[in-house]
Design a protein around this ligand. Structure first.
Ligand SMILES: C[S@@+](CC[C@H](N)C(=O)[O-])C[C@H]1O[C@@H](n2cnc3c(N)ncnc32)[C@H](O)[C@@H]1O
Length: 274
């Protein structure tokens, strides 16, 4: 694992400080090819399953694809996680995925921003908004259209102080091997002392740990069947647990041995690359 990554950093740590930071939002409207942005005012929110009532209604924007599916939104949970990542951000920054442009707005110690975004629609929506915000703060902004993995694999070393990657659409432990590969590629572009931040990484590792603990507490001869059953509904998630079954094939794990076994699984999932 690269030096500039702290696997213990948890961007799902609860905070409401983001509420004090105003953000510029993508304008409501219908855009090219039928993309549209809608707004909703919400007071009762759920952040990682925890209910919270805001003091006043919050304007939340959602970007909908032409087929009507919600693509991205700036919900309180999203804002909280972006705010936490921004708090760890310094200097010259590279971001993979612009999204709705939340994260850079929370970054208070940023010297410049390079965004790699593969969707021209997102760029057209978000680039003007970010440019206006960052111009006011005197922070240079560069937008590149393309796939961030290709960029990280092919571009010369960038000397970034912070690289924040957030191109995956859900928090799923099965994505970790591919995210680890991105992390290692990103490591090549760090300045000395620089840092890679990965949206939801600790959360996804925790999901994996919980799944491993459940699996390992079962009698060894029942584990394959449970996983095979689960494979029908969540094949990709189950696939990442198969190596855990192999690691402990035929071995019972006692309750007092569980923490050490889960720690071994955690070390494995954090190193494995797809
Ligand atoms: C969840 S959003 C990012 C949210 C953003 N961090 C924010 O602060 O609002 C994910 C973004 O990554 C982009 N994206 C997805 N896969 C990508 C890839 N392989 N390369 C570059 N951008 C990608 C999507 O188009 C989308 O804009």
């Amino acid at each position: 694992m690269i030096e500039g990554f702290d696997p213990a950093f948890d961007d799902a740590t609860w905070t409401l400080d983001w509420l004090r930071e105003p953000v510029a939002q993508v304008p409501v409207g219908v855009y090219e090819d039928g993309y549209r942005v809608e707004r909703e005012f919400i007071e009762d929110v759920a952040i990682f399953g925890r209910s919270y009532r805001l003091d006043s209604p919050l304007d939340v924007r959602g970007l909908f694809a032409p087929d009507g599916t919600l693509w991205m939104s700036d919900t309180p949970q999203e804002r909280m996680m972006m705010y936490n990542n921004a708090g760890q951000t310094r200097g010259h920054v590279l971001v993979g995925g612009a999204g709705l442009g939340l994260y850079p707005q929370y970054c208070r110690e940023m010297a410049s921003l390079t965004v790699v975004e593969r969707s021209p629609v997102v760029i057209r929506l978000v680039a003007p908004l970010l440019k206006a915000v960052l111009d006011e703060r005197g922070i240079p902004l560069r937008f590149l259209v393309g796939d961030v993995e290709t960029f990280l694999a092919q571009a010369g070393p960038g000397g970034y102080d912070t690289i924040f990657l957030d191109t995956w659409s859900r928090l799923d432990a099965a994505l970790l091997p591919a995210i680890n590969r991105l992390r290692e590629l990103a490591g090549r572009h760090l300045a000395p002392g620089g840092r890679v931040l990965l949206w939801g990484y600790r959360w996804m590792v925790r999901l994996f740990e919980e799944a491993c603990a459940t699996l390992l507490m079962m009698p060894p001869d029942e584990r394959d069947a449970v996983l095979a059953d689960r494979e029908q509904t969540a094949a990709r998630s189950a696939a990442v647990l198969l190596p855990v079954i192999e690691m402990y094939r035929g071995q019972s794990v006692q309750r007092w041995e569980l923490d050490a076994a889960v720690a071994k699984c955690r070390a494995w999932i954090m190193e494995t690359q797809a």
